[in-house]
Ligand binder design. Structure first.
Ligand SMILES: C[S@@+](CC[C@H](N)C(=O)[O-])C[C@H]1O[C@@H](n2cnc3c(N)ncnc32)[C@H](O)[C@@H]1O
Length: 248
């Protein structure tokens, strides 16, 4: 999985809303954080972590992908480590918050990652997850062309129920689960087609060559055939924020 992000590390921010998306995520997260450090697991390029740091929170980052971490180092300095979500190099009960921002759908062992988060959280600490398939709030020709892949986009393991269930097994109690703030993005049909061809969106990562050609090939062609394919469409997307707490 890390190799998929290794390949897109330099383009990741431009394709996913960059620092503005990070600032928006931080606005969603800040009211729900417990006191103390935020350990951002799957920190990626550090877009969200940097915004939390700018809001005076101490932030640590962990990620499997060295190229993604290389981008994060430019933002967070040495406060990052290369590690798997299921084996964090941090002491038990040592951090105030564990954040998973758009990560839990990528982790093979969601239960193991949530259990590991529960282990490193100190009493009173919180697990925060930005998760779930991004739901479009705007209609346009790109959203319409992508609709035939909705089943792939929604076939994710990071449902609120799965996260809450894994949390309870690790001794975490649910606090809240709510839609995160809407997130604007501007992307042209041809940029989106290129991103699909490079297999950047996570929902195409697991497809075989045959499935990719059969399911995604026609969508790439349809996107390229749209009128004005280089013109960015302004879209608004929304994901979910789920918060769990270690009470003792
Ligand atoms: C979609 S990106 C999100 C990055 C960042 N949280 C953000 O919102 O910008 C997912 C990140 O999770 C990392 N990742 C995937 N599986 C992981 C695992 N098992 N342990 C640690 N990091 C993982 C990837 O390398 C990638 O950097």
């Amino acid at each position: 999985m890390s190799s998929a992000f290794d390949r897109q590390a330099t383009e990741y921010d431009a394709a996913r809303g960059g620092l503005e998306r990070g600032r928006q995520a931080a606005r969603d997260l800040l009211p729900h954080l417990a006191p103390g450090t935020v350990l951002d697991v799957g920190v990626g390029t550090g877009a969200v972590a940097a915004a939390l740091h700018a809001a005076d929170r101490e932030v640590l980052g962990a990620d499997l992908s060295l190229p993604m971490l290389h981008q994060a180092v430019n933002r967070l300095g040495s406060a990052v480590v290369c590690a798997d979500a299921t084996a964090l190099p941090f002491a038990s009960r040592s951090v105030g918050n564990v954040l998973f921002a758009h990560v839990l759908h990528l982790v093979d062992d969601l239960d193991g990652a949530v259990a590991e988060a529960a282990r490193v959280l100190r009493p009173g600490g919180r697990l925060l997850a930005l998760h779930g398939s991004p739901e479009p709030e705007t209609e346009d020709d790109v959203v319409a062309a992508m609709a035939v892949l909705d089943d792939l986009q929604r076939a994710r393991r990071d449902s609120p129920e799965a996260i809450t269930r894994a949390g309870r097994a690790g001794g975490l109690e649910p606090v809240t689960s709510l839609p995160a703030a809407a997130h604007p993005r501007a992307m042209s049909p041809s940029a989106f087609a290129g991103s699909l061809e490079r297999r950047e969106p996570s929902f195409v990562l697991g497809l075989s060559e045959e499935e990719f050609a059969r399911r995604v090939g026609p969508v790439v062609a349809a996107l390229r055939a749209l009128p004005d394919p280089e013109a960015a469409r302004r879209q608004v997307w929304r994901v979910r924020l789920t918060v769990l707490a270690r009470l003792r």
